[in-house]
Design a protein around this ligand. Structure first.
Ligand code: GLU
Length: 430
């Protein structure tokens, strides 16, 4: 191995070593080579610029029990403006996962052209096991631990897996108490009552479906009446289902951790949503069949939307997938191996960094509204979101055709190119 390649070998960067980080870097290396990217720049982009690991005490409601909790905040790229990215609460999150997700946020922001670098945060805890009071204590203490890293001009968190508007409200309150005045722009995805944007909650799911007509053209399906299966019924999956129904596609299955509901004639998304609001899980929903959650991947549908967690489309279930089009709502739902297998079979995959960028796009709108203290109507937000998503798809699709590559590679080329251009003109200090 030549010395430069050895320097870049992941074994020299053990702090981030994990399946997800190695996948993110593997993807990056493949595309960087394809683009003939300057190796000095490539090397700067392989590792986060700043990564913080904290541990803090968390008192359970029982009061006698104090647990040590790990938290992370990783800022991948500070070249483009403040850093931006969600915070996930999950029982198995680690530094490598957060670093990978921060890198993907960099490409995502660059693909849709919002002026942020990528970041991500995580707290290793299972939020489903916490009472509301416990969730609030964890959120406020984690916020204090990273308080010097975040701010409207430096790093702006948002929701991700296991966090929601309420968690963002507590984060905003904790930060505001600390600085002595209300700072809505420190976080996005907060409730509209605190300066949250209208239509932020629906943005990721809606953004996915805005791409359905253009993608349908490519794979020759009719979006009207197209059958759709959705893995996940949280903030992404649920609003993707709502948007699909509004576009007259037919949602035949949605799933959550309890299982999936399935009706080949189409399920009522509103009725399923109401059921989940009242009963928390899909299980027991009376108007459809209840099947195993994993079965949604093998259904005979036109469009598959993985909208829950990572690594759900793998070498073992990829051969069962019958959909012609996969729209990635979750981050990294498809392993590299499965990605290759599906591409060979001619399945069109709209990659996460393009497909789910509607979330960060409306987060950007929210931040702009907070900074300007001037708020937009729902129609303005939705129209601007549609414009940005459809333009990004067209641009990525054109690169895919020109370079004869798949959409994931094309999206990465677009994101990496934009960031590399900015890095080159900024130069090296000192
Ligand atoms: N967590 C979301 C994502 O992965 C949203 C990030 C944001 O709005 O900043 O894209």
């Amino acid at each position: 191995m030549d010395p430069k390649a050895m320097e870049n070998d992941q074994s020299t960067r053990p702090e981030y070593d994990s399946q997800m980080y190695n996948e993110a870097v593997g993807q990056f290396n493949r595309v960087a080579a394809l683009m003939n990217l300057d190796e000095n720049i490539a090397d700067r982009l392989r590792v986060p610029q700043k990564a913080t690991v904290v541990s803090f005490p968390f008192r359970h409601d029982t009061y006698t029990e104090v647990e040590t909790i790990f938290g992370y905040r990783v800022q991948h790229l500070t070249t483009m403006g403040p850093t931006k990215g969600g915070i996930r609460f999950a029982p198995d999150v680690d530094l490598g996962e957060v670093a990978a997700l921060a890198m993907w946020m960099t490409w995502k922001c660059a693909i849709v052209g919002v002026p942020f670098g990528g970041a991500k945060g995580g707290v290793r805890i299972n939020p489903m096991e916490l009472s509301r009071a416990e969730l609030q204590r964890v959120t406020r203490r984690y916020t204090m631990e990273i308080i010097n890293l975040i701010g409207p001009e430096t790093d702006i968190p948002a929701p991700d897996l296991g966090t929601n508007e309420q968690v963002m409200a507590w984060l905003m309150d904790t930060y505001s108490q600390h600085v002595g005045h209300a700072v809505p722009a420190v976080v996005t995805g907060k409730p509209p009552a605190l300066g949250g944007s209208v239509a932020r909650r629906e943005a990721t799911g809606r953004g996915l479906m805005f791409l359905l007509p253009q993608a349908s053209n490519v794979v020759d399906i009719n979006p009207e009446g197209a059958t759709v299966a959705i893995h996940g019924f949280g903030n992404v999956g649920r609003f993707a289902a709502v948007a699909a129904e509004q576009m007259k596609a037919k949602v035949v299955a949605v799933s959550d951790i309890s299982g999936a509901i399935y009706d080949p004639d189409g399920i009522s998304v509103a009725a399923a949503g109401k059921w989940v609001d009242e009963n928390r899980y899909l299980e027991g929903y009376p108007d459809a069949d209840f099947i195993d959650g994993d079965k949604v991947f093998a259904l005979d549908v036109d469009v598959m939307v993985p909208a829950a967690i990572q690594n759900v489309i793998r070498a073992d279930n990829a051969p069962d997938i019958k959909a012609k089009l996969i729209i990635e709502g979750a981050n990294n739902p498809t392993t590299l191996e499965a990605d290759d297998m599906l591409r060979e079979r001619g399945v069109l995959i709209i990659p996460d960094i393009l497909a789910n960028a509607g979330g960060v796009t409306v987060s950007y709108f929210e931040w702009v509204q907070d900074v300007q203290k001037y708020f937009w109507t729902e129609n303005e937000v939705v129209a601007r979101l549609r414009e940005i998503m459809t333009r990004a798809f067209d641009e990525v699709h054109s690169i895919a055709i020109a370079e004869e590559v798949d959409l994931r590679t094309a999206a990465l080329i677009k994101g990496i190119r934009r960031v590399a251009d900015a890095k080159l003109v900024r130069g090296v200090f000192p």
